[in-house]
Design a protein around this ligand. Sequence first.
Ligand code: NI
Length: 272
Amino acid sequence: MLFDSHAHINDERFDFDREKVCKQIEDSQMSYVMDVGFDFESSIKAIEDAKKYPWCYAAVGCHPHDTKNMDEEMLLLFKGLAKKPKVKAIGEIGLDYHYDNSEREDQKYWFRRQLQLALELKMPIIIHDREANDDVLRILKEEGVFAPVRLQCFPKKPSGLPDARLLLHCYSGSRELAEQYVKLGATLSIAGPITYKNARKTVEVVEAIDLEHLLIETDSPYLTPVPFRGKRNQPTFVEHTAAKIAEIKGMSYETVAEITCKNAKRFFDIEG
Ligand code: NI
């Protein structure tokens, strides 16, 4: 029982052997994969994958790298995609000040517009935040992602904390910021870099945050965990992230796999 909460099976780096990778997912102990769009084309491909594979679900949205190509008409098209079967989230959206592939003003504008869309449709949100912690949190607050009217749309988490259905994908921030986010109602997703030697900051986050607020992911084809670092990443490798979290928290692998899978199903509203 494993749920890879963030993968790009839709990426062109899987074009030559997608069938094989998907067969490996079916032959493994994986239960679900969230196939995440990063632009219009990849969002359509994610929906096609979800149609084809019972274990696959889709998220649609425009990554900050690609906001230079966004316009209002495309936002309307995204709205149409968001209503298709098995589309469970808007994402990945956010800000990336590391690469700055799109102008920061463009990134911010389309981040806000896509947040507004997710709020209107009452859908979960997947956030990409690279070196933009302050602006991401400020914009999320300003757009009302943690406002009572949003929180009322979703049942509380089992512990009674609010659930804003907001996922910080591949969380790499501080423990303090993680605690602040969890209090507001966010969920954090831990990716392959937790297995790297220099992961001390994220190890601290995993130690401090209750498993209830954590999901696991690969971000395939990127961020390959140890022992496959250097190769292309794929959803089945998510087991190494689960194993590392189990080690950090002193829990069994089975518990981490089961709880993070349950968390992801609740977060994305997947039944069964
Ligand atoms: Ni991604």
